[in-house]
Design a protein around this ligand. Structure first.
Ligand SMILES: [Fe+2]
Ligand SMILES: [Fe+2]
Length: 154
């Protein structure tokens, strides 16, 4: 295909994606009412916004750096939740860990393409994580709250 056409197509794709993402405001509806977990979810939202800002700045290295930071933080957060599942013998651990595994795999696929075009990846990742984050908190994370609280985590 014509190189000029490909560049134009990519530019248009990024332009459209840029319009789709926006700054995320934390909303208390997403609170699980466990201080440590809320703090981590809020930090994650903060990193998403850092990614959004880096993409607005058009700096490739900055985008790439925040993507790494975001992925590392998500991994640590999942590991933290999972450690409590084992410690508290949480009933629904298996299904929840499978969800974490699924998102790790999806993000992994994105990361394999990071060096090709961090901007395109940044926007797709933002879109994926925003959609996933809030759905996951509401449908999965909120379910472990009573178990965590019974074991003294508030
Ligand atoms: Fe989770
Ligand atoms: Fe979580």
């Amino acid at each position: 295909m014509d190189k000029k056409y490909l560049i134009l197509e990519q530019w248009f794709k990024i332009y459209t994606m840029r319009k789709m993402v926006k700054y995320i405001d934390w909303d208390d509806r997403f609170s699980v009412d466990v201080r440590q977990i809320d703090r981590q979810h809020k930090h994650f939202v903060g990193l998403m916004n850092k990614l959004f800002e880096a993409m607005q700045s058009d700096k490739k290295d900055a985008v790439s750096k925040v993507i790494d930071e975001l992925v590392t933080y998500a991994d640590a957060h999942f590991a933290n939740e999972e450690a409590y599942f084992y410690k508290f013998h949480y009933d629904d651990a298996e299904a929840h860990i499978a969800e974490h595994r699924k998102i790790r795999a999806e993000v992994g696929e994105f990361l394999a393409r990071k060096d090709e075009n961090p901007f395109e990846l940044g926007y797709s990742l933002f879109d994926l994580l925003e959609d996933w984050l809030f759905k996951h908190i509401i449908t999965m994370d909120k379910k472990y709250v009573s178990c965590f609280k019974e074991h003294g985590l508030h």
